[in-house]
Design a protein around this ligand. Structure first.
Ligand SMILES: N[C@@H](CCC(=O)N[C@@H](CS)C(=O)NCC(=O)O)C(=O)O
Length: 220
């Protein structure tokens, strides 16, 4: 088997570094003990028709392995997880619980967080005009975070009583809040995120992404 290839950006501005979604794929591969190669792209390749055949929206990440080419970070993490018990239990009922929480991370928790992220990235005049909307979205996120914390209770992980691909995705989603104070208002979730970020596989994946950006930083 050849090493899988992960398509990632050569460089992004600081606000996105450590959040770009190839991190999810790098982390999953590290947890699986699977080496990989980087395929780095920039704006020109994003637009190319060849790349659009692999990722129709010109985004990252893409994973190419011996079997296929896949886009959507959730689908890629699921594909990797289905090949290793490191991320997905072999018991079918437990695996269903893990997949349920993978969807919850991407489909229930991530949307309002991304909405806030988009508002916060607007130019000052637009952000100012949207300040009431921002407060409402922050409130929606708070409700979701409290529900998640209530479910977790004394559990360390979301499903199967151990770290799985559900925790991997949920942690990368919670990280998007890093420029807000929202997570700090739910200390048990903050601790959950930090616990998962302390995993050697995450640290390795993050270091690899950051190293790439450092090596390709534009000259001042
Ligand atoms: N739902 C997609 C979202 C991918 C996505 O938003 N990728 C960002 C980087 S994290 C990107 O490529 N942005 C550039 C663009 O949209 O042109 C996934 O999870 O893979």
């Amino acid at each position: 088997m050849h090493q899988p290839q992960v398509t990632a950006f050569r460089w992004v501005p600081a606000f996105a570094q450590g959040l770009v979604r190839d991190l999810r794929v790098r982390w999953a591969l590290e947890e699986a003990g699977q080496g990989y190669q980087e395929h780095l792209i920039g704006p020109a390749q994003q637009q190319s028709s060849d790349y659009r055949q692999q990722q129709p929206f010109g985004q990252v990440p893409v994973l190419k392995d011996d079997e296929q080419t896949i886009f959507e970070s959730g689908a890629i993490v699921l594909h990797i997880a289905e090949q290793t018990t490191a991320l997905m239990p072999s018991d079918p009922a437990l695996a269903t619980q893990v997949k349920t929480w993978m969807f919850a991370a991407l489909n229930t928790i991530e949307p309002p967080i991304m909405m806030l992220n988009v508002i916060d990235m607007q130019p000052p005049a637009i952000a100012q005009a949207a300040h009431e909307l921002r407060a409402n979205v922050a409130g929606m996120i708070g409700v979701r975070l409290n529900s998640l914390a209530a479910f977790l209770g004394n559990r360390e992980y979301l499903a199967a009583d151990r770290f799985t691909s559900a925790d991997l995705l949920m942690t990368t989603v919670l990280r998007i809040l890093r420029t807000t104070d929202l997570l700090a208002t739910v200390p048990s979730l903050d601790a959950y995120k930090s616990r998962n970020e302390a995993r050697p596989a995450f640290q390795k994946a993050l270091a690899a992404q950051m190293d790439t950006f450092e090596r390709h930083a534009p000259q001042q």
